[in-house]
Design a protein around this ligand. Structure first.
Ligand SMILES: Cc1cc2nc3c(=O)[nH]c(=O)nc-3n(C[C@H](O)[C@H](O)[C@H](O)COP(=O)(O)OP(=O)(O)OC[C@H]3O[C@@H](n4cnc5c(N)ncnc54)[C@H](O)[C@@H]3O)c2cc1C
Length: 446
């Protein structure tokens, strides 16, 4: 049985590892020169670390099981971390449930409404009805406008940029669930984790075990076209050649699916059309001294160009990061926003100006180095009735499947959800994937 996987991001790689079996030949096509997609690594001159910030939560059980399966359990490190909000030029810690509910910018009634919103959201089971309301409408309805403006809006801006206005209430429901999972295991205080060496450790390990598992990983190999074979199975075209597979699973973003897939495999006119993505432009600052006590600081200040401050070194030992303090400053924007294409130097000047406004004690001479990383297709925008817009795992063809993050209709974007999604797919379709159908039966169906 020959299986093709398109996309060597975390989804495609986890899928390959889990699908591997003695009678299977698996080939993974990755367009970039490095493994890992959005979770890949970057050379910061004196060390290598994740291109974008990644954290593991104690409740990420699917991801943690995967890490254990590939023998990296001993490489996990855990630490208590802090979360903050920047409102009205002041910093507030919201690092445990008490601080969260005592949030000073809110008065007593607003605090009460915040607590009610969280409790109410955590009890909701039927997420589908939340798809009909925007997140703004829902939060104002349940928690009131003042609580919304002071507490929730900064968070929405930090996570979604201005596009939050079109996002459905499902977003905040999934967010509240994930946030509170992080606090459950350690006396209400956030506990976060990472893998020593960053995600590169995971990808290096997979690259080591893949050949033993019969997985052939092709980097720098972008798939150009995917079409049905008239004799059954699927043909993948790449680098001016074509190759036949019994089954193909596509894990790259929807825009790539639209460009590469033959209409006989997936009818994207009805299903996939309309999936919009947020991109991210992220400045990474390396400094001689720390300037933020928070792992995450959400920013509610339109004068500041970035939407969050991620103090990676509040979690990761500075020995991992060239003895420097590492801070990510992300800005989430729609993937067609011209900001995503601004030259690095322009973004650096703009973001550094914002950084100095927030932290006047930070001096230019404290900065060791600055980098700009960007990604165009990061997070599908969960607009109203989003679940009706996505491509399904099963397609028009029995040998072609789609498995990507656009299908997270009630989940946040992270590698735990990715691993869970892969597990669900294998549970539902393992029989269909293992069956090599006789050519004749396909011809009969046609
Ligand atoms: C700023 C940021 C912060 C994050 N923080 C966290 C976090 O704290 N914790 C966490 O768990 N997760 C986090 N994530 C999310 C995590 O990175 C994603 O969940 C995960 O990487 C998604 O993997 P994927 O394989 O589904 O998609 P992708 O990573 O997008 O992979 C798709 C792959 O397909 C490849 N591809 C595209 N076109 C082709 C083609 N034609 N042929 C072959 N290959 C192709 C791409 O190059 C890419 O490698 C973060 C992501 C970002 C961007």
């Amino acid at each position: 049985m020959k299986i093709g996987i398109i996309g060597g991001g975390f989804m495609g790689l986890a899928l390959a590892q889990k699908l591997a079996a003695p009678n299977r030949h698996i080939k993974v096509f990755e367009g970039q020169a490095q493994m890992g997609g959005l979770a890949t690594y970057h050379d910061y001159h004196s060390f290598i670390w994740d291109r974008f910030y990644h954290v593991i939560l104690p409740g990420d059980t699917f991801l943690l099981d995967f890490i254990k399966d590939i023998g990296l359990e001993g490489q996990l490190a855990w630490k208590k971390t802090y979360t903050g909000v920047y409102v009205d030029k002041a910093f507030y810690s919201v690092s445990n449930n008490k601080e969260f509910l005592l949030f000073p910018p809110l008065n007593l009634i607003q605090k009460f409404r915040l607590a009610v919103t969280i409790l109410y959201a955590s009890r909701i089971r039927d997420w589908k009805r939340m798809e009909k309301l925007t997140v703004e409408e829902w939060l104002i309805k349940v928690g009131g406008r003042k609580t919304y403006e002071k507490f929730w809006k900064p968070l929405l801006l930090a996570k979604l940029g201005q596009a939050y206005r079109r996002v459905s209430a499902v977003f905040i429901w999934t967010y509240i669930r994930r946030l509170f999972e992080a606090r459950n295991s350690s006396a209400n205080q956030e506990q976060m984790g990472y893998i020593k060496g960053g995600y590169k450790t995971v990808f290096d390990r997979l690259a080591e075990i893949f050949p033993e598992q019969g997985v052939d990983l092709r980097l720098s190999t972008a798939v150009e076209h995917i079409r049905p074979d008239k004799d059954g199975g699927i043909i993948i075209e790449y680098d001016g050649q074509e190759e036949h597979f019994d089954k193909v699973i596509f894990t790259a973003p929807v825009n790539v699916l639209e460009k590469t897939v033959d209409p006989a495999l997936a009818n994207l006119k009805q299903k996939g059309k309309g999936v919009e993505y947020l991109g991210v432009v992220c400045m990474i600052v390396l400094t001689h001294k720390p300037f933020t006590p928070f792992y995450v600081l959400n920013i509610a200040d339109e004068e500041i160009p970035f939407t969050g401050v991620i103090g990676m070194s509040t979690l990761v030992d500075t020995k991992e990061t060239g003895n420097c303090y590492m801070t990510y400053l992300p800005k989430y924007i729609l993937s067609d926003d011209p900001i995503l294409r601004k030259p690095d130097e322009e973004i650096k000047a703009w973001f550094l100006d914002g950084l100095m406004k927030m932290y006047p004690a930070l001096k230019k001479e404290d900065i060791v180095d600055v980098f700009i990383n960007r990604a165009f297709k990061v997070q599908p925008l969960q607009v109203l009735n989003y679940s009706e817009k996505i491509p399904q795992m099963e397609t028009l063809h029995p040998d072609f499947f789609v498995l990507n993050t656009s299908q997270f209709v009630n989940d946040t974007l992270n590698n735990n959800s990715v691993t869970r999604h892969v597990n669900n797919f294998l549970e539902s379709f393992s029989k269909k994937i293992s069956t090599e159908r006789p050519v004749q039966s396909i011809a009969q169906e046609k």
